[in-house]
Write a protein that binds this ligand. Structure first.
Ligand code: PMP
Length: 426
C-alpha cells in the first residue's frame, strides 16, 4: 500500500471520484492516480518520495518549471500586502498593459479566474456584440465546461448540436454547431447557409485537447476570411497556446489576427488566472462600459497576477521560445526515432513548447477521426511503463504534453532512454 493509494481511498469517500477535475483520476489509463507532494524545476515528487520528470506542468502553466525562484519571490512579496481587495490595484493595470503589448490583437483585456470563465465570457460578449445566437466550434477542441461548449455534433456535422453532458439543456446546445477541425470546406458550406445567424467561431489555433494537432495551412485563414465576410466574431482560444507556442501565442506564430482571444494557464504562472480581450469596439460592449454583463469577486487577484507577471517577464527574455522550441523538438524527434528503432508505429507532433505522441502509422495526424483511430491500449501501456520509470506524462491519450524551460538536454536524453526501454515492451 503506497501513501498515494491510501490518500486516493480517503479522497474517494469525500470528493466525487476522489479528484477535483476528472482527468486526474487516471480513468483514461487505468490504475490509481499519483498524489504529488512537491515540485522543483522539471521534476515532481509523489507522496511516497518518488521523483518523476514532469511533462504535464500542471497542464501547461509551469512553462518555467515548478517553484521558479523569481515567481515564488514575486508571490511572497505581493502576499505581504494582503491577499486581495476586490477593488482596482496597480498590478492589474501593469498586467493589462503587458498583455496588450505582447498580443497586439488585444486592445483591451478583462481578467478572470479560469480558462472556462474566459471562453464563457468571450462567447457571451460575441453574442451580445452581434445580436446573434449561433456559435461554431470544432470536434476535438475543448474550451472549458460552460453549457454552450459541452456540445457535440448532431447526426450530421451541419445539424444542431446535442449536449455531451446531462445538465446542459438541449435548447441551449442547439445553438452550438460543431464542425470538423481542419476542414475549411465544411465551415464555408455552413457559413454559406446560415452565415447571418453566426455570432462567433471559437477555435483552438493549435488543438491541444485531442493530443496535439496543428492547423493545416489555410484552415485558420479560411476562418478569418469567413468571419470577416459574414460579420461573425473570430475567437482564438489561446488558453493553452497563449505564451506557450510563441510569446504572442499561436496568432503570432501563424500570423492571423482574431477578433477576441481567451487566455489562461501560463498567464497565471500556476495560480488561478484567465483573461479575454481583443478589438476595442467589441470589448466596449462589456459592463460597465457596455451592456454585456460579466464580473468576478476574485478577478485580477494581485497574488495570482504577481505569479503571472513574473512568468511573463521570464518568457519575454530574448531567445526563450527558440530554446524551448528546440528542446521540445528534440524530445518529439527523439521519441519518433526511438519508437522506430523498437519497431513501434509512432507519430509525434510539436509546436513551440507543446508536443503530441500518437500510436499510429503514417506521417502526421490532422483530424479528430485520425486521433480517435490511434491505439489507446498501447498508449496506456506506454504511460504506465514511463510512470514506473519515473516519467510523468498526461494520463490520457488525448492530451498534449508540455516541456518547460527547466527541462535540460540531459532530462530529455534520460526520458528518451527510458522511452526506448518501454517501447521494447509494447
Ligand atoms: N480552453 C482550452 C484550450 C483549454 O485547454 C482549457 C483547459 N485545459 C480551457 C479552455 C479551460 O480552462 P480551465 O480548465 O482553466 O477552466
Amino acid at each position: 500500500m503506497t501513501t498515494s493509494s491510501d490518500l486516493f481511498k480517503r479522497a474517494q469517500k469525500c470528493i466525487p471520484g476522489g479528484v477535483n477535475s476528472p482527468v486526474r483520476a487516471f480513468k483514461g489509463v487505468g490504475g490509481d492516480p499519483v498524489f504529488f507532494a512537491r515540485g522543483q524545476g522539471a521534476y515532481v515528487w509523489d507522496e511516497d518520495g518518488k521523483r518523476y520528470i514532469d511533462y504535464v506542468g500542471s497542464w501547461g502553466p509551469m512553462i518555467l518549471g515548478h517553484a521558479h525562484p523569481r515567481v515564488m519571490a514575486a508571490v511572497k512579496e505581493t502576499m505581504e500586502y494582503g491577499l486581495g481587495f476586490g477593488a482596482p490595484t496597480r498590478i492589474e493595470v501593469d498586467m493589462a498593459e503587458l498583455i496588450c503589448r505582447l498580443v497586439p490583437s488585444i486592445k483591451k483585456v478583462r481578467m478572470v479566474s479560469s480558462g472556462t470563465e474566459a471562453t464563457m465570457s468571450a462567447i457571451r460578449l460575441a453574442r451580445g456584440f452581434t445580436g446573434r445566437d449561433k456559435i461554431i466550434k470544432f470536434e476535438g477542441c475543448y474550451h472549458g465546461h460552460a453549457d454552450s461548449l459541452l456540445v457535440k455534433a448532431g447526426s450530421g456535422a451541419l445539424t444542431l448540436g446535442v449536449p455531451t453532458s446531462p445538465g446542459v439543456p438541449a435548447d441551449l446546445a442547439s445553438h452550438t454547431l460543431t464542425l470538423e477541425y481542419n476542414n475549411a470546406a465544411q465551415a464555408r458550406e455552413l457559413f454559406g447557409k446560415i452565415g447571418k445567424d453566426i455570432a462567433c467561431v471559437i477555435v483552438e489555433p493549435v488543438a491541444g485537447n485531442m493530443n496535439c494537432v496543428p492547423p493545416v495551412p489555410g484552415f485558420l485563414e479560411a476562418l478569418r476570411e469567413l468571419c470577416t465576410q459574414h460579420g461573425a466574431v473570430l475567437i482564438f482560444d489561446e488558453v493553452m497556446t497563449g505564451f506557450r507556442v510563441a510569446l504572442g501565442g499561436a496568432q503570432a506564430h501563424y500570423g492571423i489576427q482574431p477578433d477576441l482571444t481567451t487566455l489562461g494557464k501560463v498567464i497565471g504562472g500556476g495560480l488561478p488566472v484567465g483573461a479575454f480581450g481583443g478589438r476595442a469596439d467589441i470589448m466596449a460592449r462589456l459592463a460597465p462600459e457596455g451592456p454585456v454583463y460579466q464580473a468576478g469577486t476574485l478577478s485580477g487577484n494581485p497574488v495570482s497576477l504577481a505569479a503571472g507577471m513574473a512568468t511573463l517577464r521570464e518568457i519575454s527574455q530574448p531567445g526563450f521560445f527558440e530554446a524551448l522550441t528546440a528542446k521540445t523538438a528534440m524530445l518529439a524527434r527523439g521519441l519518433a526515432e526511438r519508437a522506430q528503432r523498437a519497431g513501434v508505429a509512432l507519430v509525434t507532433q510539436q509546436v513551440g513548447g507543446m508536443f503530441g505522441i500518437f500510436f499510429t502509422k503514417g506521417k502526421s495526424v490532422t483530424s479528430f477521426a485520425q486521433v480517435m483511430a490511434c491505439d489507446v491500449e498501447r498508449f496506456k501501456k506506454f504511460f504506465h511503463g514511463m510512470l514506473r520509470e519515473g516519467v510523468y506524462l498526461a494520463p490520457s491519450a488525448f492530451e498534449t504534453g508540455f516541456v518547460s524551460a527547466a527541462h535540460t538536454e540531459s532530462d530529455i536524453d534520460e526520458t528518451l532512454d527510458k522511452a526506448e526501454k518501454v517501447f521494447k515492451t509494447l
